[in-house]
Design a binder for this molecule. Structure first.
Ligand SMILES: Nc1nc2c(c(=O)[nH]1)N[C@H]1C(S)=C(S)[C@@H](COP(=O)(O)O)O[C@H]1N2
Ligand SMILES: [Mo]
Length: 537
């Protein structure tokens, strides 16, 4: 019994050390192959993201917000650590359990790596290297533990044990050679740490000769955006600024590590139904004389009513319609055979956009600049799509590398089998930014303010309702363009002490007023009025 307990700790340590060594070795292999996304943790994490059913995903997003990826890694780490420790304990008595466990985990890692949409034939290798190292460490450490136990008789001294047994023997009458175990385990941990550092170094050193956002000087666009009217930004405390700074811009994607695409080797290919193949390098895009600058508000379909997955930026890019025309593409209305434009990203995302929409004259862009800077890595460097009036999941492909002309009948893009509508025009929305529900306000006049958006249509009217009162018109800030959100404010005079409810609704230029009816974000965007409770005291 004591013997059993005494082997638990070294068994668990063995499992953890071997697993750590496996992950470190896999990192090195991934870095040598320049395929960091093929390492087991990232590949399995990616697979989990892809396979998670929509309700669970929604729960994760609701609970963790944009920290959902960190939560995923922590969760995977805990599961792996617990499994590693248990398998280590089991392996002390029955080695095969340890190796069977290792086999199962390695199998999952290889399978995940090879089934990623951007997988290459060697992507199973990092996991296999890790598994081999793991097996080696297991054999070594369990060997030390088992030898000391002399085949199970608790207090039997190790026959033919290592020479250094002598002095320590009396401290551990029924044990194994702890010093040797500690030395080997320590060496394995040190080697793993060294390997991890080497992997980092390798990854960084392959960065030489790369073209990064910091290296890019954006050209002056041939067609700059008009100046934003002074009155577009009300500059009220608590109200989102008219332009969302890049580092505050919401980020939604499935990438567990942000793709760091090298712009010096990047290219964008256009091909497919009714298209002559065209390939553009990043230099081609920078050199063009038709770069435009446009203000466009981006919104995510999974933005709940009142949510913050919406942001406004000044983009620089190439008109997508022109690129398609250069490839000979005609919109379906003019006899073109393709009705869907599928964009693919460096990380294997697919996004389907109606060809008719991107060719109808709206400012659909292959964007390379965001608020005066090259795109940040997390927003799609070196190039992404931006289409006014469509949710991001059907238009805003980041790290874009490929545009294929096809049909909606022939192909479902990534989100479609996951329960999202194939087409995602943005729904007219409005949001109260101030007051905050958590603040209490002094009686008298309370300034209520927020934003409303109906990209590509424009906002015509915003109304506010206090408690069960009448809808009252808010004052609209000056409009920048129909493609941007519009701030509004409302002076609520005579606010009396107590609990109050404030609601907002917008009407767009097509005369559509937001419905009160609440709909969830799936399949094609939330509806309902943003309503907050405030305390006046
Ligand atoms: N490669 C890639 N592009 C993507 C996504 C993604 O998961 N991968 N998500 C899309 C979604 S759902 C949205 S709302 C926008 C968000 O863009 P942002 O992160 O720059 O705000 O990117 C779109 N482009
Ligand atoms: Mo989105």
């Amino acid at each position: 019994m004591f013997d059993t307990i005494r082997t638990w700790v070294p068994g668990a340590i063995t499992g953890l050390v071997a697993t750590g060594a496996a992950l470190a070795a896999a990192e090195v292999a991934g870095a040598l192959l320049s395929r960091p996304s093929s390492t087991p943790l990232l590949a399995v994490g990616d697979a989990v993201v892809d396979l998670t059913p929509q309700p669970v995903k929604q729960f994760a997003v609701d609970t963790f917000g944009t920290a959902d990826k960190i939560a995923l890694f922590v969760g995977m780490g805990v599961i792996l650590a617990v499994a590693a420790a248990l398998l280590g304990v089991a392996a002390v008595n029955r080695r095969w359990i340890g190796f069977a466990g290792l086999g199962v985990f390695a199998g999952v890692g290889v399978l995940a790596a090879l089934t990623r949409p951007d997988a290459g034939p060697l992507d199973g290798l990092p996991t296999l290297v890790g598994a081999a190292v793991c097996a080696g460490v297991l054999v070594l450490l369990i060997g030390v533990i088992a030898r000391g136990r002399g085949g199970g008789a608790g207090d039997a001294p190790a026959e033919g044990g290592p020479a250094e047994d002598g002095p320590e023997r009396k401290d551990q009458p029924q044990g194994f050679d702890r010093r040797r175990f500690a030395l080997l385990a320590g060496a394995a941990v040190a080697a793993s740490a060294g390997a991890g550092a080497t992997a980092r170094f390798l990854a960084a050193s392959t960065a030489g000769g790369r073209l990064t956002p910091a290296d890019v000087t954006l050209p002056r666009p041939a067609f700059p955006a008009d100046a934003v009217p002074d009155g577009a930004d009300l500059e009220l405390a608590g109200l989102d600024p008219f332009f969302t700074p890049n580092d505050e811009f919401y980020r939604i994607d499935t990438a567990l590590t942000i793709p760091r695409v090298d712009a010096s080797t990047w290219s964008l290919r256009i091909h497919g139904l009714g298209a002559k193949e065209r390939v553009y390098t990043f230099a081609d895009l920078l050199d063009r004389d038709d770069l435009v600058e446009r203000d466009i508000t981006l919104a995510c379909v999974s933005n709940p009513v009142g949510g913050s997955y919406v942001g406004n930026a000044r983009w620089i890019g190439v008109p997508l319609r022109t690129l398609l025309e250069e490839a000979g593409v005609r919109p379906p209305g003019e006899g073109g055979p393709a009705d869907q434009l599928v964009s693919r990203s460096d990380d294997g995302m697919t996004i389907g956009t109606p060809v008719a929409d991107v060719m109808d004259g709206r400012d659909a862009l292959i964007a390379i600049g965001m608020n005066g800077r090259p795109l940040p890595y997390k927003h799609g460097f070196p190039a992404r799509m931006v289409v006014p009036g469509l949710y991001g999941y059907v238009s805003a492909c980041k790290w874009i590398v490929d545009l294929e002309l096809t049909t909606f009948d022939a192909f479902d893009a990534y989100w479609v089998p996951r329960g999202w509508s194939a087409r995602g025009p943005i729904k007219t929305q409005s949001r109260i930014d101030t007051p905050r529900a958590t603040h209490s306000e002094a009686p008298g006049t309370v300034v209520v303010a927020g934003v409303a958006w109906a990209q590509h249509t424009g906002i015509d009217r915003v109304e506010v309702r206090i408690d069960d009162g009448d809808w009252r018109e808010a004052v609209l800030a000056d409009e920048d363009t129909a493609d941007t959100w519009r701030q509004w404010s409302y002076e609520w005079a005579g606010a009396e002490a107590g609990q109050h409810r404030i609601s907002v609704r917008a009407t767009d230029r097509d005369g559509r007023t937001q419905t009160e009816e609440r709909a969830p974000v799936a399949p094609d965007g939330a509806t309902g009025h943003h309503t907050i409770q405030v305390t006046v005291e």
